[in-house]
Design a protein around this ligand. Structure first.
Ligand code: ZN
Length: 120
């Protein structure tokens, strides 16, 4: 399963980050997931739960932030959020565009760990 290997790489990345901060208990891992990333969110959540078993991330949550698809419309000269990923056209003027600005993300944005409280 595609999502399982992605979950494992997320876990590896987050584990390294936690270790670099003194090996604290990880509460949650935050991920940005674009609508065009090709990853099925539910499958990824399930894979994460399975793959964290027996690791230092066991019991932590995977928090996924959905990133909508945004294209650049050359007619409007503006960024537009797509209504559907089936149609790559501007929702305002209808022009076709394949210039994807956002929506392919699959990135680890943050981890929440026990020891270090984020004091700003
Ligand atoms: Zn437009």
């Amino acid at each position: 399963m595609h999502e399982l290997s992605i979950a494992i790489s997320i876990i590896e990345g987050a584990s390294q980050e936690a270790l670099s901060r003194g090996g604290a208990q990880v509460h949650a891992v935050h991920l940005k997931l674009g609508a065009l990333s090709g990853v099925v969110k539910d499958a990824l959540l399930f894979s994460y739960e399975v793959a964290t078993n027996g690791t230092m991330l066991e019991g932590s949550r995977l928090v996924i932030e959905d990133v909508p698809v945004v294209i650049y419309c050359s007619e409007c000269q503006a960024e537009r959020r797509l209504k559907s990923i089936q149609q790559f056209c501007c929702p305002v003027c209808g022009a076709l565009s394949s210039d994807v600005v956002r929506g392919r993300e699959l990135e680890l944005v943050a981890i929440e760990i026990e020891e270090v409280e984020e004091i700003v």
